[in-house]
Design a protein around this ligand. Structure first.
Ligand code: FMN
Length: 443
């Protein structure tokens, strides 16, 4: 029987997987970043499984790591998300299509047009993942010598959101009368000129696109810092985040939903979806072995570079096959470092295994059978750690097939995931209201 609160599932897509070793996994499609045939098949399979959304992350520079590590990674290059999602919109009918766009390196008029277009093309399935872009190298690709300061990036992001949503409201939903008889295509009284002049942005408007079918495409936010959480509370309808355990997820969940209430928003109008790396096996040992095999495919050069970053100390001199030696305090993030030490201890990992975990995928992972994973997901939902998950597939296509063919039916049996879509738009899948036009209320 369907439970009152249901999981929402997004697919956190990197076409070959986010895991650095995945392109070397048996059966992988190492060319999937630029092979539309594979991406189409993934999207259609996720839609058949009734996923809420296909999320295409995006970066405006290659990853900022030494080329010796970079050359091992398949996530270095990928399609531009709007081109990809527009093509996917034509070969899918129901699944949401979420793209990342940066408020630091883009212009609000461009962003408003692109998402409005995608929303029209897909009949109301677009979502905008607002990021302020953490990678400092992106600045070098956009005419700057150095990155814009974190606080200023978030200030611009907040104003950027107001401008984009204001532009989407340029026309009332019924503005385009197209009256052949009188020869009037639209009613000028139903058009609003934004005339925005703020601290960071100056945009006249109106947008040269009819209001999107969803009113506004779904607003997603992926920043975790103090200003990131505040931006989420004020604007977001979905939060992508990366807590590592239920306790920290609950704290983040309560914090963001609490901030929403403080700014007068209904906390039910925001879905918090942590990224979860999911490895399914026919028993727990098999699932762990699959993960260990995958991790072992991370080349030691990039693995040890990632571990050194996490520890804040060069680890290249450590014995790869021994335990992590005792290390003193460093200048690295204390939480990050403590997490490394705890993981090494809890799982009894060698330096090599630990490095390969960090070089592969080190975030929240559910590794087990469909039943044990469904238990964990149900617990997170019930204990208010999340409203669902943004699923990271360990390797494709097999890892995606395992989730769709084995885990999803188990979630459906338990009544915590839909057996069919109830609506047509991404807003409807997520149970989010359609925003009222700020300039033409009620229409
Ligand atoms: C699930 C998830 C997805 C993300 N996707 C992107 C992305 O596509 N592009 C990007 O530049 N940053 C992405 N980020 C990074 C965030 O935008 C942000 O930079 C990071 O969480 C640090 O937060 P802060 O900037 O508030 O300190 C993502 C983060 C998470 C947790």
């Amino acid at each position: 029987m369907a439970q009152e609160r249901q999981l929402h599932l997004g697919a956190f897509m990197r076409p070959v997987s986010l895991h650095t070793g995945a392109w070397r996994y048996p059966g992988a499609y190492p060319d999937a970043n630029f092979n539309f045939k594979h991406l189409k098949a993934f999207a259609q399979k996720l839609e058949a499984a009734k996923f809420d959304a296909f999320f295409m992350a995006d970066h405006l520079a290659v990853l900022n790591m030494p080329v010796e590590a970079l050359k091992r990674s398949q996530t270095v290059t990928s399609f531009e998300p709007f081109t990809l999602l527009s093509a996917l919109a034509a070969v899918t009918e129901r699944i949401g299509l979420v793209a990342t766009a940066s408020t630091t390196f883009d212009e609000p008029y461009h962003v408003a047009r692109r998402f409005a277009s995608l929303d029209h093309i897909s009949d109301g399935r677009a979502g905008w993942n607002i990021v302020t872009t953490a990678n400092p190298d992106a600045a070098l690709n956009f005419g700057l010598d150095e990155h814009i300061e974190h606080g200023e990036r978030y200030q611009r992001a907040r104003e950027f959101y107001d401008v984009v949503t204001g532009l989407w409201d340029s026309f009332a939903d019924d503005a385009f009368t197209r009256d052949v008889e009188s020869g009037q295509f639209f009613d000028p009284a139903r058009m609003h000129v934004l005339n925005h002049k703020g601290d960071e942005l100056s945009v006249r408007g109106p947008l040269n696109i009819a209001r999107p079918p969803q009113g506004w495409p779904v607003i997603v936010q992926a920043g975790q810092s103090e200003p990131g959480r505040q931006l989420a509370a004020e604007t977001a309808e979905v939060v992508f985040c990366s807590p590592r355990d239920l306790l920290s997820a609950q704290a983040l969940y309560a914090d963001i939903k609490g901030r929403m209430a403080a700014v007068g928003r209904d906390p039910r109008h925001l879905k918090i979806l942590p990224a979860a790396f999911i490895v399914v096996g026919s028993n727990v040992e098999e699932a762990r072995a699959k993960r260990a095999n995958l991790d072992s495919l991370v080349h030691y050069d990039s693995a040890i570079a990632s571990l050194s970053i996490a520890l804040g100390q060069d680890a290249s001199g450590f014995d790869p096959d021994g335990p992590l030696p005792d290390i003193g305090e460093t200048n690295a993030s204390k939480t990050g470092r403590a997490q490394v030490l705890k993981l090494a201890q809890d799982e009894g990992l060698t330096v090599r295994q630990l490095a390969q975990r960090y070089g592969g995928y080190s975030g929240l992972a559910f590794v087990g059978t469909p039943e044990t994973i469904a238990d964990q997901m149900a617990e997170w939902l019930a204990e208010r750690g999340s409203d669902g998950f943004n699923v990271v597939f360990p390797y494709l296509p097999q890892g995606l097939d395992d989730v769709v063919d084995q885990l999803v039916p188990e979630l459906q049996r338990r009544g915590i995931f839909r057996r069919d879509y109830q609506g047509m738009t991404l807003r409807e899948h997520l149970g989010l209201p359609r925003p009222v036009n700020s300039f033409f209320a009620g229409r």
